[in-house]
Design a protein around this ligand. Structure first.
Ligand SMILES: *Cc1c(COP(=O)(O)O)cnc(C)c1O
Length: 433
């Protein structure tokens, strides 16, 4: 008999609410601080650059928040995303483990990022905002927001880290095709960019600098707001649609995961797949382990310090409690650009501090080995970021084989790598360390 390979959901089974883990956290996260006064930041501190509804979500302690009908309708352009049993990978590993992955690469931008780009654009548009700014590293977030902004007829300026702008021309072209303006950062458009260029005219840029530029531009114009692709609570909230679907799909498959795995940049796809399962565990209905996987070269979770730090290089953002390598940390130029961020969101940081989630780090070569094996067994060429989750799933599956355990593993495939083939070229040429 044909084995059940891909599990989907009917329209009636689709989640209609996002899940806010703050409601179930044994220790609530410390508040963000206003950088000038060092007092807890208020909603008013965020209003100049964020839509009110998003600020409300940022501060919310409600467990469930309704997904607006219009956002649900847009989600249906590509959701539900498939939950797939990776029989090919299991066979190649000769493991008794059952491996499942949630395929978030099926969106228009090829990653999980549209899950939050669409509601962020929606709430800003509803409030009368007509222009957005943002930053992008690898280009995944910039492309997701480009489509979302265009859908609502808003203009978008994307500050793209200069080195990625040069290395990933196709991401830039995707953004332009969807109608965004793409500016290599550091640029002369902002004081933050000009300051960097004065000291270092050939600066390759960093995500921190690009955030400073986007925030500065939004703060200077009442009709312009800023949108962020990861780290903040409201972003993680929107991504929980991934885990809510996966929870229902695993139930349909008749299994409960022993471990849930996500790669970790700022925490959004990890939180997205993991938080609904963590809720089930915190409420005593499931016993799953939760593992965040970061690159060895940017180890904020496994080696960072838990303290207040800025979200950007120039120190324009509030101070957030987080595991951090320092806001001026420049990670090595690994190909998983989306994981090159100095800090972790406050929610995941607190959960890690309390021992409710685990963290693992992964060397770059092992991630590409895993990515190629996955491509050859499951057909999908994964994003360099996503290969970190795959590599951890493979480690877990091998351990299950050694220990003779029939473990159920679930990981999030955060995106495909079709715009990142240059990285694979480098790997095949033996140029990766
Ligand atoms: C942006 C991105 C990441 C990292 O960001 P998180 O907020 O940690 O999820 C991971 N994978 C892909 C494909 C991305 O685009």
């Amino acid at each position: 008999m044909e084995q059940l390979k891909k599990i989907t959901l009917t329209e009636q089974e689709m989640p209609t609410q996002w899940y806010n883990i703050v409601a179930d956290m044994p220790t609530r996260p410390l508040p963000p601080l206003n950088p000038a006064t060092r007092e807890p930041a208020t909603r008013e501190d965020f209003y100049p650059i964020f839509a009110r509804e998003l600020v409300e979500q940022e501060f919310s302690t409600e467990a469930f928040i309704e997904i607006p009908e219009e956002v649900q309708a847009l989600y249906r352009m590509w959701r539900p995303t498939p939950l797939v049993r990776a029989y090919g990978l299991e066979k190649a590993l000769d493991t008794p483990a059952h491996i499942y992955f949630k395929n978030e690469s099926t969106s228009m931008a090829g990653s999980h990022k549209p899950n939050t780009a669409i509601p962020q654009a929606y709430y800003n548009y509803r409030q009368g905002i007509r222009r957005l700014t943002t930053e992008t590293g690898g280009g995944q977030w910039g492309s997701a927001l480009s489509f979302a902004a265009r859908h609502f007829g808003m203009d978008l300026t994307v500050f793209m880290v200069r080195v990625s702008y040069g290395q990933k021309p196709y991401r830039g072209l995707m953004m332009r095709t969807w109608g965004a303006e793409v500016v290599p950062s550091p640029s002369t458009r902002t004081a933050a960019g000009r300051r960097v260029l004065e000291h270092e005219p050939e600066s390759p840029g960093s995500l921190g600098i690009a955030v400073s530029e986007a925030v500065e531009m939004a703060a200077g114009d009442p009709e312009t707001n800023y949108a962020i692709g990861s780290v903040m609570n409201h972003v993680l909230l929107h991504q929980t649609v991934i885990g809510e679907e996966a929870l229902r799909q695993m139930e349909k498959a008749g299994e409960a995961p022993d471990v849930v795995i996500g790669c970790f940049g700022g925490g959004s796809n990890f939180a997205g797949i993991a938080f609904p399962f963590l809720r089930e565990r915190l409420r005593g209905r499931m016993a799953t382990r939760i593992v965040a996987v970061e690159p060895e070269s940017c180890p904020k979770l496994t080696q960072g310090e838990f303290r207040y730090d800025y979200g950007d290089e120039a120190g324009l953002t509030p101070l957030f409690p987080m595991y951090t390598l320092g806001h001026d940390f420049t990670p090595a130029a690994i190909h998983a650009g989306g994981l090159r961020y100095h800090g972790a969101g406050s929610l995941v940081s607190q959960l890690l501090k309390d021992g409710l989630v685990e963290a693992a780090d992964m060397p770059q070569l092992e991630t590409f080995e895993a990515g190629v094996l996955f491509a050859r067994t499951e057909g999908i060429i994964p994003a360099p970021e996503s290969t970190h989750a795959i590599a951890q799933a493979i480690r877990e599956a091998r351990r299950a084989r050694e220990e003779g355990r029939r473990e159920t593993i679930l990981f999030n495939l955060s995106g495909h790598g079709l715009v990142d083939l240059y990285a694979y070229e480098q790997y095949f040429a033996g140029r990766l360390r």
